[in-house]
Write a protein that binds this ligand. Structure first.
Ligand SMILES: [Zn+2]
Ligand SMILES: [Zn+2]
Length: 130
């Protein structure tokens, strides 16, 4: 088994909640090797967007993207996968469609367009009321 295969296997077992000891036994390798592979897994990863290999500094938070550009691109492409906790669902005041905004936003409209349209229709209503 080469190192890559080993990494994949160790990763799989780790995902299933196996401890170092059990992984070592399962793959007939030493615990030291498991530890080494796990460390490697923790400090290396692939950019979620372009799949480029990235190495993060040990002890620091694992990087998910190779660059800010990739992060923004991925977020734009995967709005539903973005950290839900930081996002709140609001109902657009104009079209009543649900939209998500970052944080406890005061945003009232799903888009600039709705905002403008809403202003416009309010003006019309005002005129009619007069
Ligand atoms: Zn990338
Ligand atoms: Zn809207």
């Amino acid at each position: 088994m080469n190192e890559n295969e080993l990494k994949i296997k160790v990763n799989e077992l780790r995902q299933e909640g196996y401890g170092y000891k059990r992984i070592a036994k399962e793959l007939s390798i030493t615990i030291g090797t498991v530890r080494y592979v796990c460390l490697e897994l923790e400090t290396t990863g692939n950019c979620k967007n372009c799949n480029t290999k990235i190495k993060s500094t040990k002890g620091k938070k694992k990087k998910l993207f190779c660059s800010d550009k990739c992060r923004l691109q991925w977020w734009n492409n995967n709005p539903s996968k973005v950290n839900k906790k930081a996002y709140y669902t609001h109902e657009c005041n104009h079209c009543h469609k649900e939209f998500t905004a970052y944080g406890n936003s005061k945003r009232l409209y799903c888009s600039q367009e709705c905002y403008i349209n809403s202003k416009k229709s309010n003006e019309v209503n005002d005129d009619e009321a007069r």
